[in-house]
Design a protein around this ligand. Sequence first.
Ligand code: F6P
Length: 377
Amino acid sequence: MAPHTKRRIAILTGGGDAPGLNAAIRAVVRHAVFTLGWEVLGVRNGYNGFLRPDGVFPLTLDMVRGILPLGGTILGAANRGNPFAQEVVVNGKKVVRDVSDDLVARIRELNLDAVIVTGGDGTLGAALDLYRKGAPIIGIPKTIDNDVPGTDFTIGFDTAVSVAAEALDRLHTTAESHHRVMVVELMGRDAGFIALHAGIAGGADIILLPEIPFHYEVLAAKVLGRKRRGRMFSIVAVAEGATPVGGHKVYRQPGEGLSIARLGGISLHVADYLAEATDTETRALILGHLQRGGTPTARDRLLATRFGAEAVRMAEQGLVGHMVALHGTRVEPIPLEEALAQRPKRVRPDDDMVQAARAIGTIFGDEIERLQSGQPL
Ligand code: F6P
């Protein structure tokens, strides 16, 4: 092996967890420590770890042994970890502080050649601002929602889709046995990729997405149309952020301070409406964090390993201020600035996947003209 200069890098996992994060951590450590002989520091609980006395520690090869199939993150995650807006308690009162200067100073003090930040758009947005302040950031995109711009796929999405599709398969058998409508609520605040992909893979009759507002009466017409054709059950996959035309998202808990509002419950509204309008027994189920937990799929492990290895290669070349991205079949660097300047990724209503689903008879709830013109649904 060619001689190398010993370097020191750090890695953190910000935002919510996503299956495959451990595979990325393992790839970073194996490439940097085993192959290049560098030192890798682990940062606990997102950016916060940099400012805690025991928040930064040496990550060894032994520590990443056996973690490839593990969900979650061995580093810990932090939902409210934005260093530009940290909630701290001063004299018993919660106040919001910008601790980014302290963070950048700590990164300098640790003499880091690169800080590898795995995150969704929130964590990566903060990463770009930290880079602008002088921190040597390299980003790795992760989120089950797959809504980070600049990359075709993020770590965690494939697993979430597989879990959701399996849930739809399982609900099919019980729905058919009991002649019921089953409404399954999947994650996806503003982007409906999980519901779209899992809905198609799991054979949902109705898919409801944040990007395509729906009409309740169209859903009822679909269920009744199926019943007329002898299909006494129906499966609905609804993204948590889906909204009826003229309506609004359904929240379980309003946002407060720095915590964002928690969505949840649209499936119950849809189920109640369909039970009444179609006189069919209906059940609703919120799949929730099951979609984020557990063993990553082979595809997520593969993507995470490629992203992790590429991030270290970028560190070797001094390519900071960039994020790894999947473009088609290639993993390559993209400037964070360029990636995040694009609008957050959303399902395009004219996407070929939406069209394929429509072509095979799946509806999205926006087919009001078809309903009004008397065409079958
Ligand atoms: O962004 C990923 C995601 O799973 C969203 O789909 C969901 O709305 C949110 O996180 C849930 O976050 P929390 O873990 O705070 O409940």
